[in-house]
Design a protein around this ligand. Structure first.
Ligand SMILES: NC(=O)c1ccc[n+]([C@@H]2O[C@H](COP(=O)([O-])OP(=O)(O)OC[C@H]3O[C@@H](n4cnc5c(N)ncnc54)[C@H](OP(=O)(O)O)[C@@H]3O)[C@@H](O)[C@H]2O)c1
Length: 321
């Protein structure tokens, strides 16, 4: 089968489409013929090989040459112990190696939303789960809460605005001028253009800042937080080659020691129940994925370069079939 692989760390041109062996189905697994995948910053960091992660991922070159996390496709075969899916089912989920024609996956695979194309469904897993788990489990969003999403127009942000609304919050989205309309169209009650206005100096305070962009200092964020607010660190700018975004995340955690607000950082985890919740939100019309551009798998270098600008508008998708 065709799959994207990389044999050295570096910029997007280390990614190559090669013929590799097709995976087989395990007793408790599902073999999926992938129709589409989507690109996430996690793949960017895997590809560039942050020094801090190399003990695990391979010191001088990647131990695992496969890449990709999100997929949507059709079940080709199931193992003997699998009861929740059958061959022919249209599914979506997450599994390393998803920039490929097939994946064999055990846990994170469920029926895909019926009202989405494969390209749209492939845009959901990582970004949707990050927004859902971050807002619900770490941000503890309640109806009526004032929530600010910093970085509202990207992959995670476009889901976060919609999911925060679905959870009953009053949502403020922070984005640049060109994406103001998009963020408004997702249901944001207020939109701040960060190129013109400073949300930390308006006098408004929030119950939760959901910080995807990581663009401000703790001193600045604190001005915009109620004393008992939650502050959820989701992401940060790319940073240096050693620690990447982690340096900024550690700095924020350090600077906020002793604050009355609750500060958390989390790594989203794929699981079936949350993929099912996202499917329900999508089928009921509360949430829709925003896809900026679909690239053929063969153009993965271009797709990753696009993501690497840090200014994607919604999600970047790879069409596999
Ligand atoms: N913790 C986790 O489990 C987890 C999971 C997924 C992703 N992440 C992290 O979350 C971050 C975002 O991921 P993503 O998939 O959403 O990335 P993305 O699709 O590349 O989105 C980046 C967005 O950031 C916005 N942005 C850039 N500078 C900004 C600023 N100064 N203020 C406000 N918005 C700004 C851009 O909007 P404009 O073009 O309008 O500037 C763009 O829409 C990354 O750091 C990623 O590593 C964390």
């Amino acid at each position: 089968m065709k799959a994207v692989v990389y044999h050295s760390y570096g910029s997007p041109d280390v990614l190559k489409v090669e013929e590799i062996e097709k995976p087989t189905v395990t007793e408790d697994g599902v073999l999926v013929r992938i129709h589409a995948s989507s690109v996430n910053p996690a793949e960017w960091y895997g590809m560039t090989g942050l020094v801090v992660a190399r003990l695990q991922s391979g010191l001088f070159k990647p131990k695992d040459s496969r890449i990709g996390g999100d997929f949507a496709g059709v079940v080709e075969a199931i193992g003997g112990k699998v009861t929740h899916l059958k061959p022919g089912d249209e599914v979506y989920g997450g599994r390393n190696g998803a920039f490929a024609e097939y994946v064999s996956v055990i846990n994170a695979v469920v029926r895909k939303p019926v009202n989405l194309t494969f390209e749209e469904a492939a845009a959901v897993p990582t970004a949707g789960i990050t927004a859902l788990q971050g807002l619900r489990d770490h941000g503890k969003v309640k109806p009526g809460d004032k929530v600010l999403v910093n970085g509202a127009a990207g992959g995670v942000g476009t889901f976060a605005v919609q999911i925060a609304k679905a959870l009953g919050a009053e949502v403020t989205g922070v984005t640049s001028t060109k994406n103001m309309e998009l963020v408004r169209s997702l249901g944001a009650d207020h939109v701040v253009d960060y190129t013109k206005d400073d949300f930390t100096r308006t006098g408004k305070q929030y119950d939760l800042i959901f910080d995807i962009a990581g663009s401000r200092t703790w001193k600045e964020y604190k001005r915009a937080l109620k004393p008992n607010a939650n502050f959820v660190i989701v992401g940060a700018p790319k940073g240096n080659k050693v620690l990447g975004p982690l340096a900024r995340i550690f700095n924020l955690k350090l600077a906020s020691i002793g604050a009355s607000q609750k500060i958390s950082f989390f790594i989203a985890q794929f699981n079936r129940p949350d993929l099912d919740i996202l499917r329900e939100m999508i089928e009921s019309g509360k949430v829709k994925p925003i896809v900026e551009k679909v690239y053929p798998l063969a153009n993965v270098v271009e797709a990753m370069t696009h993501l690497g600008t840090g200014h994607a508008r919604g999600k970047i998708v790879l069409k596999v079939k």
